[in-house]
Design a protein. Structure first.
Length: 82
């Protein structure tokens, strides 16, 4: 269960992270982000005040799930090398 209204979900196998916004008890999908700039733009379009500070600061409004914040691609593992 997420407690923050903005959730940046785990990295997808093909890269990128789904971004959702909880509004009036309903989770809206804002898009698939490949960078902090994408997340900021999604929040700007959703009319979230100060989206730069929300994403780049240590805001309690954002829950980064399943990985390090600000990382949008999985690191290749040693097993991926033939």
């Amino acid at each position: 269960m997420h407690h923050a209204p903005i959730v940046v979900h785990r990295i997808s196998p093909s890269g990128g992270r789904r971004v959702t916004l909880l509004v009036s008890g309903h989770e809206d999908i804002l898009g698939l982000a490949y960078s902090d700039a994408d997340v900021i733009e999604f929040l700007r379009r959703a009319e979230v005040p100060d989206p730069d500070e929300v994403v780049l600061g240590d805001s309690p409004l954002v829950d980064w799930v399943g990985g390090e914040p600000h990382v949008y691609a999985q690191e290749p593992s040693d097993t991926d090398i033939p």
